[in-house]
Write a protein that binds this ligand. Structure first.
Ligand code: SAM
Length: 274
């Protein structure tokens, strides 16, 4: 009661045929409505902006993802939400506790506005954590270190998401944090991790646009591709956003074994660990 009712603009353009949707429901809306609101409708009707989470400032957005505008940030977040919803055995709103590990400035976390249960986030970068705390106050956001532990209790989360975080870890740190995520994941919980695999690599090698966002050289990428095609992992130092403190130009030598599975399709990888 007392909620404002709005007409959704998805599905049809005819006003009298539009279904009525309560945008106050946030991510409890039907998934397609929530995705449409976040990815499209707010840019067509700015009055709808009040129903979605705030956007991070461009500088922070670029630092985290290489993106520079709200529309791209919104469509990425909406697409993550869609893929995760499709990958999950139950609606994301039914998990009673969720963690967005390596949340950045909330590209995915923004989509959890209106979640009926506990939503937590952690990141290693204090600037990301500070922005999240101030602007997405309905979440519990904490800073973690470059080494475990993550500041949450054993088996605390029914679902854990890690979007493009393991992409940035070397093999040793990756293994440490995989083990740590297992610790904070409930026994029957689900762990959803996204990493770049063959399709992303192929797209990056097609031209300068993605190479520029990644801030890596074409040569380094080609060498790494050869290593990757040989069944091994390869690491390249990024020189742009998210650059580590390693000496400029340093390339970590390829390593062999990995605890991460690979998809045969080459599409973004989601691991489910029980
Ligand atoms: C490419 S960004 C992705 C951010 C966010 N998941 C998204 O999709 O927008 C990688 C994020 O991982 C964070 N990160 C890197 N190493 C981390 C670690 N060991 N623990 C937690 N966060 C980490 C970075 O600070 C950054 O925010």
């Amino acid at each position: 009661m007392g909620k404002e009712w709005k007409r959704t603009i998805s599905g049809t353009n005819h006003p009298q045929l539009r279904p009525i949707v309560d945008y106050e429901l946030g991510c409890c809306l039907p998934t397609e409505e929530w995705i449409h609101l976040n990815g499209t409708a707010i840019f067509q009707e700015p009055g709808l902006l009040k129903y979605v989470s705030r956007f991070p400032p461009p500088a922070l957005m670029r630092d985290v993802s290489g993106l520079t505008n709200e529309a791209d940030c919104a469509s990425h977040g909406a697409e993550f939400f869609r893929v995760l919803s499709e990958s999950s055995a139950k609606p994301l709103t039914e998990y009673r506790s969720i963690l967005d590990f390596g949340c950045g400035c909330g590209r995915l976390a923004r989509m959890f506005k209106g979640h009926p249960h506990r939503v937590c986030d952690s990141d290693v970068d204090h600037r990301h954590v500070a922005w999240m705390k101030e602007n997405l106050s309905y979440m519990d956001v904490r800073l973690n270190s470059v080494r475990p532990p993550i500041p949450y209790a054993d088996e605390e989360f029914e679902a854990i998401f890690g979007i493009s975080v393991f992409t940035h870890l070397n093999e040793r740190t990756q293994d440490q944090f995989l083990e740590e995520l297992r610790r904070v994941c409930a026994r029957d919980g689900r762990l959803f991790l996204r990493s770049h695999v063959k399709r992303a690599l192929a797209r990056a090698m097609q031209g300068p646009a993605i190479l520029n966002v990644l801030s890596v050289s074409a040569t380094a990428l080609q060498e790494s591709n050869a290593t990757f095609c040989d069944g091994r992992l390869a690491f390249i130092l990024q020189e742009g956003h998210l650059t580590s403190r390693r000496p400029k130009g340093a390339v970590v030598p390829p390593v062999t074994a990995s605890s991460l599975s690979r998809t045969s399709t080459g599409y973004p990888l989601f691991l489910k660990v029980t």
